[in-house]
Ligand binder design. Structure first.
Ligand code: PSU
Ligand code: MN
Length: 305
């Protein structure tokens, strides 16, 4: 039975009804992750990359209190233009925004929830949230990790940014039984760089093997998602040392300004972009496109079964 708060676009619903491949996409990256108009342009290119792989894109957001899977160009333009004026919506924000008839940009966690309600099994993004540095004291752990633990949607990301504590993030995922797969890599990628010093549980080298793993995971009755870590394209990596110092400076700035809670991730992303002179934005765009392509390929394999 369809959820009364869910609106699935006609194209996405037709694909789901016909068991054709569909890939969910998030909207916090549009409203809070990149500046206008590059955010809108990127969102459209990401949809195109999913289509080129043979799948239907379903960009998700909350519009006038409805959870949407599949947005038209006007809605994407609105999210991009209003940007940070649209609330960043994670799991705990959904009921408020829905009951108040408001708009929201969905994070990894809330996009997984919408995807699951709609019947979409795979989702592409840039980077996931995780355990923040110092998280052992602040308990600042993104709701994305709990969502991966409890919602059966696979997330393709370029790992996580080293604004986070990657070691603690991986420990947390292990505790909650979330498979972490390196796509063509033995190392967990640190978003802008392929190297992080942390390994992955398993490495798989083809979209078909990833689809087989996901199929087995859910056939075994697992209720969790999975994280497919797809490293940034080799020629779009940023220099790890330059990244490290930009991140440290951004973290110190956030600390001085007392930025906390849901504002911290967008603050750090914007600060790092400024400190790398926009280079991080170009890399960000390329790796999201790569993730969309891979998610599209995996979705095609999943629907071929
Ligand atoms: N990390 C990134 N880019 C992003 C985000 C995280 O490298 O755009 C966004 C995603 O929407 C993610 C959210 O789900 O931030 C996590 O926010 P928080 O840490 O407040 O849970
Ligand atoms: Mn947080």
């Amino acid at each position: 039975m369809k959820n009364p708060h869910l609106t699935v676009s006609r194209e996405v619903q037709a694909a789901l009804d016909g068991q054709h491949p569909v890939v969910a996409l998030e909207s916090t990256i549009i409203a809070h992750g990149m500046p206008y108009p590059r955010n809108v342009e990127t969102a459209m290119r990401v949809e195109q990359a999913v289509r080129a792989a043979g799948a239907v894109p379903a960009t998700c957001a909350i519009i006038d209190g409805k959870l949407h899977a599949g947005l038209d160009a006007a809605a994407i333009e609105l999210l991009g233009k209003v940007g940070s004026g649209i609330p960043k919506a994670s799991r705990r924000d959904l009921a408020y925004l829905v009951s108040q008839g408001k708009n929201g940009a969905t994070t990894v966690a809330s996009t997984m929830i919408i995807a699951h309600l709609a019947g979409i099994r795979i989702f592409a993004t840039g980077g996931i949230g995780g355990v923040h540095r110092g998280g052992e004291n602040t308990l600042d752990i993104s709701a994305d990790l709990q969502e991966l633990a409890q919602t059966p949607v696979a997330v393709v990301s370029a790992g996580a940014k080293s604004i986070l504590d990657l070691g603690l993030t991986l420990e947390y995922l292990e505790t909650f039984g979330v498979p972490v797969i390196g796509f063509g890599t033995d190392e967990f990628p640190a978003f802008f760089t392929r190297k992080s010093g942390f390994g992955v549980d398993y490495r798989l080298d083809s979209a078909q093997e990833v689809a087989q793993l996901l199929k087995a995971h859910w056939e075994l009755g697992m209720k969790s998602g999975a994280l497919i870590a797809n490293p940034a394209p080799v020629d779009h990596q940023l220099d790890p040392d330059a990244m490290q110092s930009a991140i440290e400076e951004a973290l110190a700035d956030a600390d001085r300004k007392g930025i906390k809670g849901k504002a911290i991730t967008p603050f750090l992303l914007a600060a790092v972009e400024k400190l790398t002179g926009g280079k991080s934005l170009e890399a960000n765009i390329e790796l999201v496109l790569g993730n969309a392509r891979l998610a599209g390929e995996v979705a095609v394999m999943l629907s071929n079964k």
